[in-house]
Design a protein around this ligand. Sequence first.
Ligand code: GUN
Ligand code: FE
Length: 427
Amino acid sequence: MSHTILIRNAQIVTMNALEEIIQGDLLIKDDRIEAIGHNLDATGVDRVIDATGRTVIPGFIQTHIHLCQTLFRGKGDDLELLDWLRKRIWPLEAAHDEESLYYSAMLGIGELLQSGTTTIVDMETVHHTDSAFQAIAKSGIRAISGKVMMDRKGGDIPLPLQEETSASLQESVDLLEKWHGHDNGRIRYAFSPRFVISCTDELLREVARLSAQYNVNVHTHASENQGEIELVEQMTGMRNIEYLDHIGLATDRLILAHCIWLNDNEKRIIRERGVHVSHCPGSNLKLASGIADVPEMLDTSISVSLGADGAPCNNNLDMFNEMRLAALIHKPEHGPTAMNARSVFRMATIGGARAVGMEQEIGSLEVGKKADLAILNLNQFHTFPSFDVDPISRIVYSATRGDVETTIADGRILMDRGVMLTVDKEI
Ligand code: GUN
Ligand code: FE
């Protein structure tokens, strides 16, 4: 059944090519933005939202999330990456069952919607990924998700997480065939090899082939930690990104979380192949991984977007935190404008759309695009009302998830004043 929603009298942060900010109305018809203008006709509209004094922004796009880890928050708060994985995260992922994974995913999605995120690129664990897709389907969030792949034997990977290569590939393809394109294209599949040190050559080569065959993203971690890149060099004789390129994975379908420890040749590969970097500043600080040189990446036209990573990597899934950290951490070294509010907000919106190959569909508020947006109330005790503050600066440096009133994805209201409204979809 067709439906319409009119958001009236709002400040609309479009993030279109001119980055226009418009005072006016936005009309949603079904899953898309039908019109943006002044005094749009409300006759026959199903729902009118009076947004006087409110700010409408494109929904945030987080390009690196682990919904399966939401329930592990607070476990291993003071560990570095490899110890954190071995001592805490892998045993906890191995202990998941269908039900615990479903609730972990739903809890995470609730937090994401409450803080204005409408699209995620998500990596699950080895087993029970179907449960995460069920939660994604019911919640209405836009997601590109996949089961994690870990077929290399040994190391400290718990036995229940060690897979056979052929089973890992077959289960991934089965999930892809079940979920990719589900609900009007809202749900998509991404092959998700965890990182080089948990995967065989054979698996990674096959993932490269399958991602081209199905035209889907590949989502992995790379060059996050110095211990990790040393292990990759011992195993492959190559630098991490050089090895991914050698395997055939370095294409514009590849999303690489972290990318902190890169040499010049690795940066060149990322830039020339159109690989997308997902910057996770909260996680990079908390796991003592390092500081990715994002100002340099942006200066050299590398595609960078943002993600919170799993809840136990930084203790929340809130894009407002990630944006603020992304802006702040470079100021001492690079000066006050290197990561200005607009470039950070671009990474959080249109930059994420580019990473998932959907810049024609999401990431900005324009007629014909998907209606994925958040309505914010930015009037709470910030400055004198008549003072002129750039709303993007206000959002990046001061807004919190408490300022989000309503979150809409694919034209549906999914969160309204803290209440989650799930969609009933045949699964
Ligand atoms: N590298 C391999 N697995 C993980 C994970 O679950 N989280 C993070 N942050 N890095 C990883
Ligand atoms: Fe991660």
